[in-house]
Design a binder for this molecule. Structure first.
Ligand SMILES: C[S@@+](CC[C@H](N)C(=O)[O-])C[C@H]1O[C@@H](n2cnc3c(N)ncnc32)[C@H](O)[C@@H]1O
Length: 292
């Protein structure tokens, strides 16, 4: 889907290597594997594309452009600070990260640092996420057979940051609670992609799983003028909350378990895609011709 972007080498000169702007970091609940199902369901007559629960922004980065106005939002300021620094200060980020070697000692030191500038914060956050196990930012990512966190290419990381820097050129970055954001940008040609925390499973530093107000999100989306597309875990609770809307089911491999070879058979994960406009026909036409 992506055009390759211009990248820069360690000296800030244009590099011959081309890295696509498909992602910057892994993020818990990232929608790398769901993007291909979501993309055909996004209407093409939208004026604004708003990613309400941005995380690693895998869906936003799936296309070079979704709409005239594009907004990335997340309530976690570590993420919005990182994307703002990549957008406005890529060279300073590269300079800050130049001597950040893949080392367990550095990783553990960076987990607990305070009193940093925004650029230092962004560099350390990116380091910890990209060099941790499963992108969770908690334990140093070593694996026995291929290159894990410790030996990941630094050059590749920097090339990717420059590719994302170009992609973010006209993207507005917001750091708001979903309700305020949705109310602020709602109009009849607005499109909201919502990927909230699941009703069970991973919690996020801004909202633990049990604290996230799923009913508040449902009530907020109920009254909007624009259109929304929502991805969720396939649970009784979600089915009940959104019983008045069109929904389709997707079964996919869990991102991390995807790499475990034969064990993956047991690691399928069911998700629901829900919308306040028709999606079933397009979805079945495209992905399940015989099961509509
Ligand atoms: C499932 S993740 C999104 C993953 C993303 N789609 C991706 O591909 O990486 C959910 C995100 O919602 C954010 N979040 C949690 N509570 C929020 C709130 N009240 N308002 C806005 N964002 C919130 C979390 O910080 C987390 O990054």
């Amino acid at each position: 889907m992506q055009d390759y972007q211009n990248n820069y080498n360690n000296q800030g000169k244009k590099s011959k290597r081309k890295v696509p702007a498909t992602h910057l970091i892994n993020w818990v609940g990232g929608k790398r594997l769901l993007r291909k199902y979501l993309e055909p369901l996004v209407p093409d007559d939208i004026v604004s594309y708003i990613e309400v629960f941005g995380g690693g922004a895998w869906v936003l980065f799936y296309k070079d452009r979704w709409a005239d106005l594009e907004i990335y939002n997340d309530f976690d300021s570590r993420l919005t600070n990182l994307f703002r620094v990549v957008k406005y200060h890529p060279q300073e980020l590269r300079r800050e990260m130049r001597f950040m070697l893949g080392s367990r000692e550095l990783f553990e030191e960076f987990l607990y640092q305070e009193g940093l500038t925004d650029i230092q914060r962004a560099a350390r956050f990116m380091y910890v996420i990209t060099r941790s196990f499963g992108g969770k930012g908690s334990t140093f990512g070593t694996v026995k057979k291929s290159c894990g966190g410790a030996s990941k290419s630094h050059q590749n990381l920097m090339d990717r940051a420059y590719a994302i820097h170009n992609r973010l050129d006209k993207v507005l970055i917001e750091n708001r609670d979903f309700e305020k954001l949705i109310k602020q940008y709602d109009h009849e040609s607005a499109f909201f992609y919502c990927d909230p925390p699941y009703t069970y499973g991973a919690g996020y530093s801004v909202t633990s799983t049990k604290d996230f107000e799923h009913e508040r999100l449902r009530d907020c989306l109920k009254n909007i003028q624009g259109r929304f597309l929502l991805s969720y875990d396939d649970s009784e609770k979600v089915r009940e909350l959104y019983k008045d809307y069109e929904m389709v089911e997707v079964e996919r491999l869990n991102g991390i378990n995807n790499r475990l070879g034969d064990e993956r058979k047991n690691k399928m994960f069911k998700e629901l895609i829900i919308a306040n406009y028709p999606i079933r026909e397009i979805f079945y036409e495209r992905f399940h011709r015989n099961s509509a």
